[in-house]
Design a protein around this ligand. Structure first.
Ligand SMILES: [Zn+2]
Length: 187
């Protein structure tokens, strides 16, 4: 091996290292803990591109899904493939007790019974998440319209959508598939 070839190899290695390092340092952080002093969510910024909620891609949704117990085919279709249960077919529609609704895949707390209401839509509906760290959102352009899709912020399982026609004080309607919720009563 002559000197020129050795020099070329050294330069190529340095270039590759700097590229890799650049890529690593430029990679956006994900799952940044949500500060408690951020502004309270408003209808406008939740439905647009809220900076205080992690924005999750469909790819990450599949990659990070970590079921704590085997999911049923129906739950897999919703959680992993962004499916929707038929209206009035899922559980928890008439549940009115105090308690917490958690992600069926990982147990992360998502909604409180106190924030549940009857929207008449056929899906469990809430006017806010249990806290700012509960959910992530993405933009869903299926069905020829733009909707805000909501995911479990912990495991990225698809939950449903959030709309701007909910009751006060938020004006939001989290329309959630009951099949991917597990209810844990307070008592
Ligand atoms: Zn989850």
């Amino acid at each position: 091996m002559n000197l020129n070839r050795q020099i070329s190899i050294v330069f190529a290695s340095l270039l590759l290292s700097s590229l890799l390092m650049g890529e690593v340092s430029a990679k956006p952080s994900e799952g940044v803990p949500l500060s408690k002093d951020v502004a309270k969510p408003s209808t406008a910024n939740i439905l647009q591109n809220p900076p205080y909620l992690p924005i999750l891609s469909k790819h990450k949704a599949l990659k990070h899904l970590m079921p704590r117990k085997p999911l049923t085919p129906q739950q897999i279709k919703i959680a992993k493939e962004h499916g929707t249960e038929a209206p009035f077919s899922g559980p928890w529609l008439d549940e009115k007790r105090a308690g917490t609704y958690v992600c069926v895949a990982c147990g992360h707390s998502l909604f409180a019974g106190d924030h549940k209401y009857d929207s008449g839509s056929g899906w469990p509906s809430f006017w806010q998440a249990v806290d700012d760290a509960a959910l992530g959102t993405t933009t869903d352009t299926k069905l020829g319209m733009t909707r805000r899709e909501v995911h479990c912020a912990n495991c990225k399982a698809h939950m449903g959508h959030v709309f701007a026609d909910g009751p006060q004080p938020t004006g939001l309607r989290y329309c959630v598939n009951g099949s991917v919720l597990q209810f844990e009563p307070k008592d």
